[in-house]
Design a protein around this ligand. Sequence first.
Ligand code: E4P
Length: 224
Amino acid sequence: MKFFVDTANLDQIKEAEDLGVLDGVTTNPSLMAKEGITGHDNILKHYVKICEIVSGDVSAEVISTDYNGIVDEGEMLASLHKQIVVKVPMIREGVKALRYFSNKGIKTNCTLVFSAGQALLAAKAGATYVSPFLGRLDDINQDGIDLIHQIVHIYSMYDFKTQVLAASIRSPLHIVRCAEAGADVATCPLSAILDLLKHPLTDSGLAKFLADAKKFTEPASNKF
Ligand code: E4P
C-alpha cells in the first residue's frame, strides 16, 4: 500500500519524505488556504515546490466546475510538473473531464467520492485514482471503511485499473483498516503515519534492552 501525505505544509512533507515511506502527496484548496497560500501564481509555485520534495504523484485540485474550465485548468496544472495528478470533483462535468484527461494520458484523482456508484463512474471514466472520503462518512455516522471494502471488491471483479486512494483519514487505525480492505493508497495527515510507530510494549521493551546493554558497556572495575 502506498502512503501519501494529505497536506500542503512543506515541512511536514519533508519530514514524511525523510522517514523514507512517502509515495506521494494530496492537497486540496482548504489545505492550501490553511498554509496561507493564496493567489494563482503562488499556488502554482507551491505545487512545484511540493513536486521538488517528493518523487511520487502530487494531486492538485481544479476549482472550475464546468467541463471547459476543468479541462483548461487541468491541462495547465498537468503542464507544471510531470508528477502532477489533476484532482477533479465527482460531478457530471468532472466525469466528462476524467474521460478527456484519460484519453490524453493525463493522470487524474477523482475526489469527493462518498458512494460505490460514484467510484464505479470514476473507474468507467478512466480515473487514475478514486478518493473515497472515509473520515467524513464516519463523521455522519456511516462506516467509511465499509465503502473502501465495497469499492476494492467491485474494482477487483471487473479488473478496473483505477487505484483506490483512501482519503479523509483521521487515525492510525483508519490506515490499518484501509490496508486490510486492500486500498492501493492511504492519504493521511503526517500525525496518523507517525502514530503507527507507537506501542507501549515497544517503549518498555527498548528501555529494558538499553538498561541491560549498559551493564555490558560499563568498565569492568565498576562491576565490583
Ligand atoms: C484528500 O485528497 C482529501 O481532500 C482529504 O483527505 C480530505 O480530508 P478531510 O476530510 O480531513 O478534510
